[in-house]
Design a protein around this ligand. Structure first.
Ligand code: HGY
Ligand code: MN
Ligand code: MN
Length: 419
């Protein structure tokens, strides 16, 4: 039986680590930590040191995924992996991803303090890129560790026009070796992810924790609208080919499309205008569409409809557009057996919990292509995320910590006959 003072220490250390990690940013104004940046270097080494303090054997791979292993004495497969991502969006909150990474290390610390001896290998994982900020493609870390990384991604360029391969080389990593990295996550394994809810349901229900039933499918589409730049003072309106007014109509159509359909989300979050000059007619506009629905089949069908609408706006305005889907990830179901085990762990630590579906994407959805997954959500204030005011109560973090540790034990002690 673990002493309360041990739990308090582990909890306190976890809260401190959230603050320390939340201060590692490329900007002095806000929290921004993107893939293959200097700040990811610093953060990865820090996470590695925390894993080592927890008694784990820890490595950082060339993508800066951090893996901490707690090998079992019996060395019996399959493994249990627990973790989340430690990259952030631009102007992020400090809990998205980081909380799951740090809870994983802390839950292992708790089990060790308890004297627990695992039957299976247990790995704490900190994924290097889930948000996809730098190369507009998500789940780079989890796909590499699952062996499902697409090597053509190495040719993608960032906003400075530098491709991923060159960035890796410049940082002294072997870019050719990336695709050959041995996968750590195997088909008979189990992956558990704790994450803030990033929505308002838990708060509304008065529950600190949620058991995730599944994760929505998502697609990211890039639209380039090509009109004709010209003089803002002399070009008659009837002779203009304004790419921005055309894009504006499309952006509103995207909003309307989603608003008219239940459980569909569509967001234009990125807009680049060229030449971006106050006295020139915009000649070119690029914008992104983040498009989500509960099931991939429905998402694909709706995407055709949405793009037809966008196409018809372009046609009416005699403007050329180019469309590209640069990311599509299937919805994922959380494994029913794991959900049952998670419910037991939650029941032992929280008075009640909600079951909920995730509209936000998570590493777990990528990992679900490889093995069984389970997800635990933690309440966040006002349901706010991807925002600097993101906040989680320390008492909720404590309940999540105890629950995650219990959950690892539940999974560790249960066989999955059909795996
Ligand atoms: O976009 C998402 O859903 C996740 O937060 N990256
Ligand atoms: Mn996020
Ligand atoms: Mn996240």
């Amino acid at each position: 039986m673990i002493k309360e003072t041990h739990i308090e220490n582990i909890h306190r250390r976890l809260l401190d680590r959230i603050e320390i990690l939340g201060a590692i940013s490329s900007s002095s104004e806000c929290l921004t930590r993107v893939f293959l940046s200097k700040e990811m270097d610093i953060a990865s080494r820090l996470i590695q040191s925390w894993m080592k303090t927890a008694g784990l054997v820890s490595n950082i791979d060339p993508f800066q995924n951090v893996v901490g292993s707690w090998p079992s004495n019996t060395a019996r497969a399959p493994s249990i992996h627990i973790g989340s991502h430690y990259d952030t969006v631009v102007d992020a909150g400090k809990y998205d991803g980081a909380l799951g990474v740090l809870l994983s290390i802390a839950a292992i610390e708790l089990l060790q303090a308890e004297g627990y001896t695992p039957n299976r290998h247990i790995n704490a994982l900190a994924f290097c890129d889930e948000e996809g900020v730098r190369y507009q493609t998500t789940f780079l870390g989890s796909s590499l560790l699952c062996g499902t990384f697409d090597p053509t991604t190495l040719e993608k360029i960032d906003s400075n026009g530098i491709d991923m391969r060159s960035t890796l080389k410049a940082r002294g990593f072997d870019s050719d070796g990336i695709a050959k990295t041995a996968p750590i996550i195997q088909k008979d394994d189990v992956f558990l992810e704790a994450h803030i809810e990033q929505g308002p349901v838990l708060e509304a229900n008065g529950h600190a924790l949620g058991i995730v039933t599944g994760i929505a499918a998502q697609s990211r589409i890039g639209i380039t609208v090509t009109g004709k730049a010209g003089h803002a003072g002399t070009t008659p309106h009837e002779l203009r080919n304004d790419a921005l007014t055309c894009a504006a109509e499309m952006v509103l159509a995207v909003e309307r499309f989603a608003a008219e359909r239940p459980a569909v989300k569509a967001t234009v979050g990125k807009l680049d205008v060229s030449p971006n000059s106050s006295n020139a007619i915009p000649g070119k506009v690029y914008f992104s569409i983040d498009f989500r629905a509960a099931h991939l089949r429905r998402l694909k069908a709706l995407k055709i409809e949405l793009l037809e609408e966008i196409e018809s706006i372009a046609k009416r305005r005699s403007i050329k557009i180019d469309k590209q889907t640069f990311q599509e990830t299937s919805h994922a179901d959380c494994d029913p057996e794991i959900r049952k085990l998670l419910s037991r762990a939650v029941a032992a630590n929280a008075s009640a919990a909600s079951e909920l579906f995730s509209g936000a994407g998570h590493d777990a959805m990528k990992v679900a292509e490889t093995c069984r997954i389970g997800m635990l959500f933690v309440r966040c204030r006002d349901g706010l995320s991807h925002h600097p005011d993101e906040f989680v109560e320390s008492s909720d973090i404590l309940v999540a910590l105890r629950t995650l540790a219990d959950m690892i034990k539940q999974v560790d002690q249960n066989a999955f006959p059909d795996s």
